[in-house]
Design a protein around this ligand. Structure first.
Ligand SMILES: [Zn+2]
Length: 389
């Protein structure tokens, strides 16, 4: 422990991210060597693990271990973001002991990993006669000012929230602590674009359980700055308005080699190899619409259906919203793309196109993630926030 901080890691080295061949493994450049490291985080982390990002590696205590290093944090805008999900509960425990979590002051830890009925929660706390079951989630998804959870669908997370709501009565309370590893965040919301069901469950449980989105700041020596711990607001009204199965989506297709396609009324078009981003929308059943694009074997109706016949599905990214953002998103993609197909997918609007090409995979491109985060996080959830730098 340092004088004004809490430390959780030792022998940390700085390296640079190269690749992530599977969920729990990363390759990094450490000095002149390429090393393999264990990544104890099942999240997607797409916007954090970009090429050449600074990664903090902890040396394994046991030299016999298969991977000599563990990736414990990455840097974003010069600030570390802690990734080690197995240490999240240690951090929460230390903050509870020091009475640093607003809403849990005066509570003491009775047990970690506690079973209650068929469920299992991270902590059982006691405060006077009150019993608190606490589940802790590490939040590593954020734009500059808006933090969201989860970054991938979490059935388990949804179940936890529902179970905590059921057991909350009398002197027994359920609580969820979202530990946000980013101190610049000003508001928190459930990530309804990717996991609509989790968001709905959290909205439904919000009167029954205590929800604490707590942001913390990691210093470069990977200690927590105790003077910068704060609870964030949740804009519930906006979340409840937006968290529905409608809105826009970005569909990314890959064309592995140059080819010519017959695109309905547009006729023959030459497509250079690369990544194609299509911006579409659905006023209802957005998930179903996206699912339709995954499948081949269907009646060809839209321009995009013809392109899908000759391209590989790469990914689809929903941007749920009660507002119609489709054309606004298309214009923003146009600004970062290399090329567009004039007249594609825009017969009902005044845009010049809704199909754009990027040579590089958009998912490993910072400007694409900035765009996506703007529309998923800042544009609506973070609307009217004063930009603090
Ligand atoms: Zn348009």
């Amino acid at each position: 422990m340092t004088s004004s901080g809490l430390k959780f890691f030792k022998d940390v080295k700085r390296a640079f991210f190269l690749s992530r061949p599977n969920r729990f493994t990363v390759f990094c450049r450490l000095g002149k060597k390429v090393v393999k490291a264990f990544l104890p985080n099942p999240g997607r982390l797409r916007e954090l693990l970009l090429p050449e990002t600074l990664v903090y590696l902890e040396e394994a205590q046991n030299p016999q271990r298969k991977m000599p290093y563990t990736a414990v944090a990455v840097e974003r805008e010069g600030t570390p973001v802690m990734l080690h999900t197995h240490r999240t509960n240690d951090v929460a425990h230390a903050l509870i002991n020091r009475k640093l979590i607003p809403g849990l002051e005066g509570a003491e830890v009775i047990k970690r990993e506690v079973s209650e009925g068929k469920s299992r929660f991270d902590f059982l706390l006691k405060r006077g006669r009150e019993k608190i079951f606490l589940e802790v989630k590490s939040c590593t998804l954020f734009s500059r000012q808006v933090a969201m959870f989860p970054d991938a669908v979490t059935e388990r997370g949804k179940r936890h929230v529902e179970e905590l709501a059921v057991l909350s009565r009398g002197n027994t309370k359920g609580a969820v602590l979202f530990l946000i590893q980013w101190s610049y965040a000003q508001v928190f919301a459930p990530e309804y674009h990717t996991d609509l069901e989790f968001a709905k469950a959290l909205c439904k449980a919000r009167d029954k359980i205590k929800i604490i989105p707590l942001s913390i700041r990691w210093r470069k020596d990977l200690s927590i700055d105790l003077s910068e711990i704060k609870v964030l607001d949740i804009p519930w009204e906006r979340v409840e308005r937006e968290a529905k199965d409608c809105g826009s989506y970005l569909l990314i297709l890959k064309i592995p080699e140059d080819r010519v396609g017959e695109i309905g009324g547009l006729g023959k078009i030459k497509f250079k190899k690369g990544y194609y981003i299509y911006v579409g929308s659905a006023k209802r059943n957005l998930s179903k619409r996206i699912e339709r694009h995954r499948k081949l074997r269907k009646k060809l109706f839209w321009h995009i259906d013809y392109l899908r016949e000759i391209a590989d599905f790469h990914t689809a990214l929903p941007v749920r919203s009660a507002d119609d953002l489709e054309c606004e998103i298309a214009k923003s993609v146009n600004d970062i793309a290399d090329w567009k197909v004039p007249g594609f997918g825009c017969s009902d609007c005044s845009c010049s196109s809704h199909l754009f090409r990027m040579e590089q995979d958009p998912l490993s491109c910072a400007k694409f993630h900035n765009l996506l985060q703007f529309y998923r996080m800042e544009r609506v959830v973070g609307e009217n926030l004063k930009l603090k730098r």
